[in-house]
Design a protein around this ligand. Structure first.
Ligand code: NAP
Length: 308
């Protein structure tokens, strides 16, 4: 049983890294498995201004580098790998990854969520050739060019504002009459002379030849259709939880992992934290809190297991 860890954490975003920090400090032997490099979605945010402790906005990659450094300094082993499945036999979990199987007595899934796709003609075809899901990564390619942002939540508003650093004009296409994002972000967007809100409208297709040249937009109230010429289309219409590797019985109708307030799932010893879990508010500080809660619950579970 020497190779059996106390805990495997799946995912290296704020929830996973915080779970590691709490788990290690509680004396658990653990490993954190991450598909890419640690940091999660936050690394794609240019600036974070609502994470406590930073009087001035902190860049997403910097905040996450600090969390990773803290977890590593405390002794967290971070391995790379895409998770294929999590199974339990007796009291032991087997986490199957591409290339390895690791065993543990408990697991925290903190695999986050992925950008939702629009699903319109041209989106897939022009991905990487004008269609993007990350303004921080791709915004600079659109210097003095026209871009289109789709969505009306916090992310769409933040990213549209970020794109005004480069783009000459940013059309912000939203399917309703009002944005959903925070007041402070709405004000920022509406004050910008580079952002043109296009309300009550949906993008029906992304058009181009070698690269994106325009989008076809339909007004849902008037039925009127128009073409907006653009070089870059940025899609920010929410996220879907990364739960494909989990049993359907653990998930709710939105494919999120169902948890109680202690981040416990239906399976003893299996916990979930962050954007992957039911009821997540998708805030960094809350993902961190989830990670801490899940690690403390795992500790309690392991203590109880050792007394059986
Ligand atoms: P969101 O809040 O779920 O908003 C998604 C937006 O996309 C909504 O306006 C929605 O329209 C629209 N939408 C969804 N599906 C669509 C479709 N098929 N076609 C066209 N439009 C579509 O998602 P988000 O902005 O990505 O934010 C995700 C979460 O992260 C939120 O909980 C947010 O609060 C949080 N977050 C917070 C901050 C911050 O606090 N600074 C920053 C980033 C993210 P409807 O309005 O019609 O539903």
């Amino acid at each position: 049983m020497e190779n059996v860890k106390d805990l495997i954490i799946v995912g290296g975003g704020p929830a996973g890294l915080t779970a590691a920090i709490y788990g290690i400090r509680a004396g658990l032997s653990l490993v954190l498995a991450e598909k890419f490099s640690p940091g999660g979605q936050v690394v794609n945010s240019y600036e974070i201004e609502n994470y406590p402790g930073f009087a001035e906005p902190v860049e997403g990659w910097e905040l996450m580098s600090r969390m990773e450094e803290q977890a590593r300094r405390l002794g967290t082993e971070i391995i790379n790998g895409d998770i294929i499945s999590v199974d339990k036999s007796g009291d032991i979990f087997s986490v199957k990854m591409d290339g390895a199987v690791i065993e543990s007595r408990s697991v925290i899934v903190a695999a986050g969520a992925s950008h939702r796709k629009l699903g319109v003609p041209g989106e897939k075809e022009f991905m990487g050739r004008g269609v993007s899901y990350c303004a921080t990564c791709d915004g600079a390619f659109y210097k003095d060019r026209i871009t289109v942002v789709i969505g009306g939540g916090d992310v769409a508003l933040e990213e549209a504002h970020f794109l005004t650093r480069f783009s000459s004009r940013v059309y912000l296409v939203h399917r309703r009459e009002n944005f959903r994002g925070a007041d402070i972000l709405q004000k920022r967007v509406l004050l910008s002379d580079k952002i043109v809100p296009v309300y009550n409208s949906v993008v029906e297709s992304v058009n181009g030849n070698e690269a994106v040249r325009s989008v076809s937009v339909k007004n849902l109230v008037t039925g009127k259709k128009e073409i907006i010429n653009t070089d870059g289309v940025f899609v920010f219409i929410g996220y879907d939880p990364n739960t494909a590797f989990l049993d359907a019985e653990l998930l709710n109708g939105s494919k999120e992992v169902e948890v109680d307030i202690n981040m416990r799932t239906k399976v003893e010893g299996l916990f979930a934290a962050g954007d992957i879990r039911s009821g997540s508010k998708r805030q960094i500080v809350m993902a961190c809190a989830d990670g801490a809660t899940a690690a403390m619950s795992a500790y309690d579970y392991l203590t109880e297991l050792s007394c059986r």
